[in-house]
Write a new protein. Structure first.
Length: 367
């Protein structure tokens, strides 16, 4: 008798064969449309291969069926933890403890956040696989156990002392999310622009060809791990005369984008580029260097003015307000040059500001 797809997938998860589990479950999707176990298991498989977008989608489907499942809440918390959204992750862990006060997994995750909940540590742990210890548990990998036991027996037979450890390696980066579901349908491709433009404000008036190119470029850049450049194309679509359907799919694509680190940011944008066309760069990430002034620290938040380009104290490109809302707040030496990694935003007056993620200062005060 054929085994149910969910049972097969669970076995694959225990053996850390995450991509195979995704394939098995996707092939059986039509049979499990309203199954909590199906969407939870598929979401967990996606989480372990690093596809936060599909993981979040399936976890949301699961939560509509069962609201207070602790394993599901751990998975949803892990997604926010990967993104560095510590406050949202903590909310989920506290919700678990409200239902299960002795839940050891939620307690361990909260202790991690308390001790190491800064962006830099979270990014490092997400990158090297250590953050997986706060993902939903997968169960015992019986294949590894069997191999380890066999090795131990051989060692005993030959009078050898064999030291063994049951471990598994962090999952290597595989291909990114399958965006087949986000491909434009024939109807959408035949009507790329808004029919009635009288009731809206459009900062970019694009042709059908330009809209189609921007959308296809955003998906292509995403597959190249160039999320920052993809965000710029998405912004072009969202602020243009593109149809509602195209804009909706562009927003969904945004949910797949990952937060960068100093080392992983592939497409950086200059202050001049951002300030000259701000709408194209909202939610993009920038790595800008300069000097700081007017530092204000209040509790777990901090703000300062970044004098962009003024690291050498010769050329000032502009002044940008930077806001940090992390714990602990970064320690900044105003006498040294600084690099800031932050997300582009806009204040009430329409000026560019940064939501800070990381700060780097060299011991020598130079880069």
């Amino acid at each position: 008798m054929k085994r149910p797809a969910i049972d097969v997938a669970r076995g694959l998860l225990r053996r850390r064969r995450f991509s195979d589990a995704v394939r098995v479950l996707n092939d059986a999707r039509e049979f499990y449309e309203n199954s909590f176990d199906y969407h939870y298991t598929l979401g967990t498989a996606y989480l372990y291969i690093g596809d936060s977008g599909n993981a979040a989608f399936n976890y949301e489907r699961a939560r509509k069926i069962k609201v207070n499942d602790s394993k599901l809440l751990m998975g949803q918390a892990a997604i926010f933890l990967r993104r560095g959204d510590v406050e949202r992750a903590v909310q989920y862990y506290l919700e678990i403890l409200e239902n299960e006060p002795e839940n050891k997994y939620a307690k361990a995750a909260l202790e991690f956040v308390r001790r190491h909940g800064d962006y830099e540590t979270i990014c490092r742990w997400a990158d090297d696989g250590r953050l997986m210890k706060y993902y939903p548990a997968l169960g015992i990998n019986y294949v590894l156990c069997t191999k380890a036991f066999a090795a131990l027996c051989i060692g005993v037979l030959f009078g050898s002392l064999i030291a063994y450890r049951l471990t598994y390696s962090p999952v290597a980066k595989g291909p990114r999310a399958d965006l087949t579901s986000l491909a434009l349908t024939s109807d959408e491709a035949s009507e790329l622009k808004e029919r009635d433009m009288s009731g809206g404000v459009y900062h970019y008036i694009l042709s059908d060809r330009e809209i189609k190119k921007a959308y296809e470029d955003s998906a292509s850049l995403f597959q190249q791990y160039r999320d920052n450049a993809a965000q710029r194309e998405v912004n072009l679509i969202l602020n243009s005369n593109a149809s509602v359907a195209v804009k909706q799919k562009a927003r969904i694509l945004m949910g797949y984008f990952s937060e960068p680190t100093f080392d992983s940011l592939k497409d950086n944008f200059t202050y001049r580029e951002v300030s000259s066309d701000l709408l194209r760069y909202i939610d993009c990430w920038v790595d800008w260097s300069g000097r700081v002034s007017s530092v204000v620290t209040e509790g777990n938040s901090q703000s300062f003015d970044l004098l962009v380009g003024y690291a050498d104290m010769k050329n000032l490109e502009g002044i940008v307000k930077v806001y940090f809302a992390i714990k602990p707040v970064p320690e900044i030496d105003g006498e040294k040059a600084v690099r800031v990694l932050g997300k582009v935003s806009v204040d009430e007056s329409g000026k560019v500001v940064l939501k800070g993620k990381s700060v780097f200062q060299s011991v020598k005060g130079e880069f």
